[in-house]
Design a protein around this ligand. Structure first.
Ligand code: SF4
Length: 450
């Protein structure tokens, strides 16, 4: 039995297909409660109420949320938009859509400020780089708020601007304007701005092949930041030979490497390389192996993977693509179809639940029974820090006119993902980040939409 239609308070945006996720009465709303001291001070009263609820079932949680969320949505009307990423824990995906919000991949999320000039307040339940990309493309009268400022992306944290820029400077001294930066969406606004300054572009997993092909067509050496696996996969799709890739280290190790520190043979290889790959990765997507893929294929499953997985996994699979591609594969499947999906664990769990309603069996590729143990697939722990009390608190405080500045996302902010605090740039420096990062984002949009 599904919830009644009146639970959906607004229509879905026409450019974002609804996830199709339905709340059912006995479906648990929340997978794990956060400890009270994980909430910022202003949110603790809401968290205390939530933690005191007797269970996490919709029948209990939804009336508590409605008491706060509905007045906030009514107060702002069409001027507010709730957004979430597919990787959010199932409860937030379901709740955001229930309250008329939208669930999408990072490309679609980034487009919303430009597509919806009437919306002045965007409330995002996902990780910081996604909210910052929305803020970069926002008009001056549009504000972006994140429900939990401690939600960072570990891949983005391996490629902070203070790590990438010294390496870029070193490469630029050698290759000058022949060097072009392609920044994956999973980067800060500052790294996106670096891409913009070089005439480069942002990309997402849904358009990376198009963007890299565009960059290579200009005969440029592409500095691809930060995901080494996506870089390798896309290089393969763009017919770049493996020996035309140069692997730089990631994180602080990469920041400390220099061209002068390379051997003569390595320098010669760097000179020949068409792509230099920063050595970042996503721990969630690197648990998968070709053996996992083989296990499910032998049992009649179609195996689909995200291109942040290692290239050997992508090569072994039946298909690879973005979160939107993977979700569509589930919604397009016919009853009786069997899909094994390799990506973030909450996404696969949501796909499994929704597939079951359609008669489609969905499993996590990493869930290969071994020594009596299954369930190696994991969720994005940082994204899951957005839970019902965070959504309720920010909406209620926005309605009251007292939202914490901690949750306001401005381009160029440097976020401490442990404390949730942020350092802001002075307005004139922020304007430079916006100008350059926007160039890189708009170039991606132009390449993608043409
Ligand atoms: S799943 Fe990985 S890449 Fe995606 S937001 Fe989480 S840590 Fe970052």
């Amino acid at each position: 039995m599904t919830t009644t239609p009146e639970t959906h308070v607004r229509p879905t945006a026409p450019d974002i297909p609804g996830s199709g996720i339905e709340l059912v009465p006995d479906m648990p709303i929340c997978q794990t409660d956060l400890p009270l001291d994980w909430y910022q001070e202003e949110f603790k009263p809401y968290a205390e109420e939530y933690l005191a609820l007797p269970d996490r079932l919709p029948e209990t949680v939804l009336p508590w949320m409605d008491a706060y969320v509905r007045p906030a949505l009514a107060a702002f009307g069409d001027r507010i938009m709730l957004l979430a990423h597919y990787y959010m824990g199932g409860e937030i995906v379901k709740l955001v859509e229930r309250y008329g919000g939208h669930v999408a991949d990072s490309y679609q999320l980034a487009l919303q400020t430009q597509r919806r000039p009437e919306v002045k307040i965007f409330v995002e339940s996902a990780v910081h780089f996604m909210a910052e990309a929305i803020a970069i493309l926002a008009a001056p009268d549009q504000d972006v708020w994140i429900t939990n400022p401690k939600s960072g992306c570990t891949m983005e944290m391996m490629a902070k601007d203070h790590m990438v820029e010294p390496v870029f400077d070193d490469l630029y001294r050698r290759y000058g304007d022949d060097l072009l930066v392609v920044a994956y969406m999973n980067t800060s606004g500052r790294v996106k701005a670096l891409a913009g300054r070089t005439g480069g572009s942002v990309c997402t997993s849904s358009n990376a092949a198009k963007v890299v092909a565009w960059a290579l067509a200009q005969q440029k050496k592409v500095f691809f930041v930060p995901d080494r696996h996506l870089g390798e996969v896309v290089a393969g799709w763009c017919h770049v030979a493996p020996d035309a890739l140069f692997q730089w280290s990631g994180g602080l190790t990469g920041a400390a490497e220099t061209i002068a520190g390379l051997s003569a043979a390595e320098r010669a290889r760097l000179d020949r390389a068409q792509m230099v790959l920063w050595g970042g990765f996503c721990g969630v997507h690197t648990v998968f192996t070709p053996e996992h893929v083989q296990y499910w294929r032998e049992r009649g499953y179609r195996v689909l993977v995200h291109p942040e997985c290692p290239k050997v996994v992508v090569d072994a699979a039946d298909g690879a693509g973005s979160t939107s591609y993977l979700w569509k594969a589930m919604t397009d499947a016919k009853p009786g179809d069997k899909l094994a999906i390799a990506t973030e664990g909450h996404f696969v769990r949501n796909a499994r639940d929704q597939g079951a309603l359609r008669g489609v069996e969905v499993v996590n590729v990493a869930d290969v029974p071994r020594d009596g143990f299954a369930g190696m697939g994991c969720g994005c722990a940082t994204m899951s820090r957005n839970d019902p009390p965070h959504l309720v608190a920010i909406l209620d405080l926005l309605r009251k006119g007292t939202p914490p500045d901690l949750n306001r996302v401005l381009p160029g902010d440097v976020v401490n993902e442990i404390s949730g605090t942020r350092e802001r740039l002075p307005a004139e420096e922020r304007a430079v980040i916006v100008r350059d990062a926007r160039r890189a984002l708009e170039r991606m949009i132009a390449i993608t939409e043409r």
